[in-house]
Ligand binder design. Sequence first.
Ligand code: COA
Ligand code: MG
Length: 279
Amino acid sequence: MTSTAEPRSWLFVPADSEKKVAKALETEADAVIFDLEDSVVPDRKKAAREIIKELPKRSNGPHWWVRVNPLGSEYHKDDLRLIRSAYVHGIVLPKAESGVDVTELAHRTGNIPVHAIVTETAASLFGLLSYRLPGSPLVAMSWGAEDLSAALGAASKYDAEGELSFTYKLARSLCLAGAVAAGVQPVDGVFADFKDDKGLKREAEAARREGFTGKLAIHPAQVPIINAAFTPSKAEIRHAEAIVAAFEAQPSAGVLSVGGKMVDRPHLVQAKRILERPR
Ligand code: COA
Ligand code: MG
C-alpha cells in the first residue's frame, strides 16, 4: 500500500499486551490501531500507554493509530498527553456523536488525523451528516454495533434469522453515507466471530460492493481476508483502465460503449476510484 492510499484493513490490538502488539506489527495490516479504550481495563491503561510510547520511530510502513478513550472519560487527557510524545499517525475517536466532537479533539491535539467511530451511542445516529466540516482533520469514519446495542438496551444485535437487525443496518448505512458526504473513508465495522473466515469474507465483500473501502479487524487472521476483499481484481482493473482510456480518447463524449456495455460519467468516476485503490 502507498502511504497516501486508504487502508483496507485496520487491525485493533489491545495496547497493554506486548505480545499482541508485537504480533500485530508482523501482520500485513494497512493500519494498526493500538487500543487504549474498551479492550484495556482501567488499571492497565497506564501500562498500555507506556507500551505505545516505547514504539520505535520510523518513517514508512503501515500507519499506526491510537484509539483513545472518549472525550468525556477520565482517561482521555492522559491519552492525549501520550499522543504528543508517541510516533503515531492519527487518533481513533470512539463514541463520537457529531462533527463537533472531532473539532473539539482537533482543538486539543492540533489537527492530527482523526478516524471517528460514529454509531456507538443512541444520540450518535442523529449526527451522521454533521461530520462534513471545513478544515476538519477527519479522514475516516467507521461504525460499531456492540456499544450501540448495549446503549439501546438490546438483547441482541441479530434478528431471529441471525441477520443484523434493522437498527444496526441503519447505523451502518448512515455511516457509509455520512462518510462519503464528509469526503472521508467509509470503514466497515468489526466481524467479531474471528474463527469464521467464510463469514468474514462474505461480509467484507458485501461491504466493498456497497461502497466501504476498508474494514476494522480484531484478529491477525482477519487481515489477509480483508485486504483481499478490498483489493480490485485484475479483471476489475483492466475494465476500469478501459473506461478511462475510452473517455480520454473521446473527451467530449458523455456516454460511450465499453465491452458492449453503456458507460457514462458515473462509471468513469467509479473507474478512477478503482485505479486509486491499493493493489
Ligand atoms: N493483534 C495481535 N495479535 C493478536 C490479536 C490482535 N488483535 N488477536 C490475537 N492475537 C494473537 C494471540 O495473542 C495469539 O498469539 P500466540 O499464538 O502467540 O498465543 C494468536 O494471535 C492467536 O490468537 P487466538 O488464540 O486465535 O485468539 P485469542 O483467544 O488469543 O484472542 C481476542 C482473541 C478476541 C481476545 C483477540 O483476538 C483480541 O484481543 N482482539 C482484539 C480485541 C480488541 O482490540 N478489541 C477492541 C476493538 S473492538
Ligand atoms: Mg467499544
